[in-house]
Design a protein around this ligand. Structure first.
Ligand SMILES: [Zn+2]
Ligand SMILES: [Zn+2]
Length: 377
């Protein structure tokens, strides 16, 4: 004996077409593979489709009611629910997206939106972390009505136009037969309830805008564009619905000396030719205070000197990047006669009066050496 299609849809044998359709839609929503991919559920979904295919078609229903199985005549089993036989596809679509008659009244309460605020931080604040007080301007729950939207002492009432269903239906006759259309109730905008006396504070919205101060902990290692998520600190939703999240986006201010690349800091120090040749120590105000950069004798222009662990804290996993000092050697331009005499004498002593120079292909100047240093070559 074939499957009991009435039992599959959970309807009586004398159920009307409307009841059959409603039962099918309810089950289809519940059991659709997109909603519920469990194999057992998919099996059930095939069953209800087969049942509906038979019971919604007067001819097939008649065959079935007389004890036959219209589906096995049509080519076996729950066939028909294949690529070809998706005859009730539009009913499935209806079940999901369709007519408002399948939805209840919509809720007045909805989750609020996320909010975002940008804050500016100095390099050292980004490097070591800090806390900042920020002013946020968001919707908060209205205290006067506690989010209900009704004036104190009053309350929302069931809409008498739709009797709380949130929609109104209309039956029209067309050449296709009777067509029932539903639309959101114009009196309650689909909420199913009306607020006769809206709260004077929030005009019935259940929320008001408010400015407040939040203290935000900024972890060490944040960078330009880093977003800190503060759960539930965003906008309260309509009807006093749960608040969205607040995102605090970091905007790092430029530093007068250091340029940040990842967690490393870079700067360039310019020293005279003589200092590069003889070596020297130059003071540098790092993020950790005054330090001396040790320029060894014979330092070349474009050479870089790393100060390990003087960069920005790694956001994850601790430790710090480096501070890299790039050296640029300047050549004296205005020599007085005595200086020129000394330099010529030096050149003579070093046999450099007529240097041959060393030629290499490409560009090996300061710029390309800096570039190589940045690329870690
Ligand atoms: Zn209010
Ligand atoms: Zn209504």
């Amino acid at each position: 004996m074939a499957t009991d299609y009435y039992a599959v849809l959970g309807v009586r044998r004398d159920a009307s077409q409307d009841e059959i359709k409603k039962a099918f839609r309810r089950l289809a929503r519940e059991l659709h593979p997109d909603v519920n991919p469990d194999p057992k559920t998919q099996e059930r979904f095939k069953e209800i489709n087969a049942a509906y295919e038979v019971l919604s078609d007067p001819q097939k229903k008649q065959v079935y009611d007389l004890g036959g199985d219209p589906l096995s005549q049509a080519g076996g089993g729950a066939g028909g629910f294949g690529a070809g036989g998706f005859g009730n596809f539009s009913d499935i679509m209806d079940a999901f997206f369709g007519t408002a008659s399948q939805r209840g009244p919509r809720s007045r309460t909805r989750r609020g939106q996320d909010a975002m605020i940008r804050i500016e931080v100095e390099l050292d604040e980004a490097a070591f972390g800090t806390t900042k007080d920020i002013q946020v301007d968001t919707a908060v729950v209205c205290n006067t009505c506690n989010g209900e939207g009704a004036a104190p002492g009053t309350s929302a009432q069931t809409c008498d136009m739709c009797r709380g269903r949130g929609e109104v239906s209309q039956v029209t006759r067309s050449f296709l037969g009777q067509v029932m259309t539903s639309r959101p109730c114009p009196q309650c905008q689909g909420f199913g309830t009306v607020v006769p006396t809206p709260c004077p504070e929030c005009a019935g919205d259940g929320r008001i805008r408010s400015r407040r101060t939040l203290t935000v902990k900024i972890p060490a290692g944040v960078d330009n564009g880093t977003r800190i998520q503060l759960a539930g600190e965003g906008e309260v939703g309509p009807g006093g619905g749960p608040a969205g999240d607040l995102y605090v986006e970091i905007h790092e201010l430029p530093h007068p000396t250091f340029q940040r690349r990842g967690d490393d800091l870079h700067c360039t120090v310019t020293i005279p030719m003589t200092a590069a040749a003889l070596g020297t120590k130059v003071p540098l105000e790092t993020l950790d205070g005054m330090e001396e950069v040790d320029i060894r004798p014979g330092t070349q222009s474009g050479q870089s000197i790393p100060l390990h662990g003087r960069g920005v804290t790694h956001l994850r996993g601790g430790g710090r990047g480096d501070l890299i000092v790039h050296v640029e050697v300047t050549t004296p331009t205005k020599l007085d006669p005595e200086q020129e005499r000394l330099l010529r004498e030096l050149a003579k002593m070093r046999g450099e009066e007529r240097p041959q120079g060393q030629f290499q292909p490409g560009q090996q100047g300061l710029f390309s050496r800096l570039k190589d240093a940045f690329n870690g070559r």
